[in-house]
Design a protein around this ligand. Sequence first.
Ligand code: PRX
Length: 651
Amino acid sequence: MGEATIEAYYLEDRTFPPSDEFRRNALVSDDALHKEAEADWEGFWAGQARELVTWFKDFDTVLEWDLPFAKWFIGGTLNVSYNCLDRHVEAGRGDKVAYHWEGEPGDTRTITYADLLDEVSRFANVLKSLGVQKGDRVAIYLPMIPELPVAMLACARIGAPHSVVFGGFSADALRGRIIDAEAKVLITADGGWRRGSAVPLKVSADEALEGTSTIEHVVVVRRTEEDVPFTEGRDRWYDELMRDADGDCPPEHMDAEDLLYLLYTSGTTAKPKGIMHTTGGYLTHAAFTHKYVFDLHPDTDVYWCGADIGWVTGHSYIVYGPLANGATSVIYEGSPDTPGKDRLWAIAEKYGVTILYTAPTAIRTFMKWGTEFPESHDLSKLRVLGSVGEPINPEAWVWYWQHIGGARCPVVDTWWQTETGGIMISPLPGVTTLKPGSATFPLPGIGAEVVDEQGNKIERGGGYLTLTRPWPGMLRGIYGDPERYKQTYWSRFEGRYFAGDGCKIDDDGYFWLLGRIDDVMNISGHRVSTTEVESALVDDQNVAEAAVVGAKDETTGQAIIAYVTLRGSVEPSDDRGEQLREHVAKKIGKFGRPKTIIFTDDLPKTRSGKIMRRLLKDVAEGRDLGDTTTLADPAVVDEIKKRAQQSPQED
Ligand code: PRX
């Protein structure tokens, strides 16, 4: 072993207790919250719900738990947009900035809580005028512009569940989600800015709508001002509708368990799951975790979550959590390297960002670019750093702590999922002694345990991460498919929610997340299912069979590697590989495009015909192949190994 390895090992063993200064000003600096929650977790959540959320009518039952179906805060009524907007304005904080928005080309908007309330109310009336009623689903396909949170909050205001589809998804992916949700209205834009070019969203939206039957109107926001196809009658311009809209729209009184939104996520099958989040519990969980995990002081902090609102991180920690807590946030539209690799640090300096929440894949990219970019800006206001989306390697953690946080800011590594709605395992920055690479402990009120193959709790060592009791932000199901909900999350270990992640408990009881144990890849912090990519590949007329694995990648965590067998007389070539990559991009979105395509005449299979993914993963990661005797044709492996060495990679 060389010196670097010893150094890295040493770093993993380092511990970082909160500084005295940090603790003095922290919302919590001892284990009082954890203790209170352990004594009575239902009572604890009820207390948080009453403290952090304003109810039109108080709830009478905290929890009804009919495993695996939970109902929280039964009998309570509330409105999420009222909690995010009206109550702050009513309390005299209307002039407080909700969002400092910065477009990629450099244009900016400063949006106060009063501004946001006005725009949301008007757009809520617009939606009503287009026939959207309580309970109707609205699809949203927008870039990172202020109209995105406006649209979400307008839906929440009138009780129409939204389904936000990340702007990087393809037309096909959008179509599938619209069909599954039976959405009535689609909100999109002419385009958005990404790395200096206009991404033509409206063109994709139109393509998606071919083959759907439920969309009655498309609302189009002008962003890039490019010419777009426009279907008279169906399509309407956002700005024109808003001009005539009334600014008064009383918030609908929603039941605590009414559906707030759907968000589709990949699983081990090709069909994405519509994860259901409801109103009272979700908002409580988002607000609680946003407040305590980031130690939010709303009057002085400037908070920035760098995720896209199209993913759950953006839902909970750009829109609902921060707004419920009356925070001032930064939203940035574009790419971190446009116009220069210091763009994020220039923005952080400009707005005086104090809390930054980003993903390990981004941190590793910043590491690669070099320290001169953050060093060229004043980041001295930063005081808390967060990480989410995948395990953060200790080296990246320490780099983040040192070069972004100036060796002064606690790094909170937050483990959670689309399904959990909010953060589940994370340090509290004024309380927890940090270990680089560990998400540390379950938050107050959360029950998490690691179990073995049989479902027995493991006190020390590695196993499967499970959640042992319901929590307010938990998914209430998969849209239209309760059976799949049971099967996917609650069947592997009796009485436990199985998260799909491996996890290790160390001698001090710290949780160390080990990544997915199923056929779901984690690419740049986003879950992409192997099956979905395989289906996209096999959808190409030249492909006979495909197997996809995620291989370790320095920057993106995992990279997609595809093994492809072509039909009959079709010859493999670099062009063919490129064309297949584009085909996947079209079916799923660019982020689902394989980094490497390996053409092979056959795939390694067990005698029962199951593709041996483990082995393909080993080949992709260049590991020793070990025992291959269960193969139908062991020669295939040598062939694959040879091909793997010859195949060109995409940069
Ligand atoms: O594997 C875990 C990983 O991301 C998965 C959830 O993905 P998604 O639903 O897209 O939500 C991402 C943002 C919450 C998890 O099953 N993951 C997320 N955060 C962490 C993580 N793995 C390790 N450490 C984390 N902090």
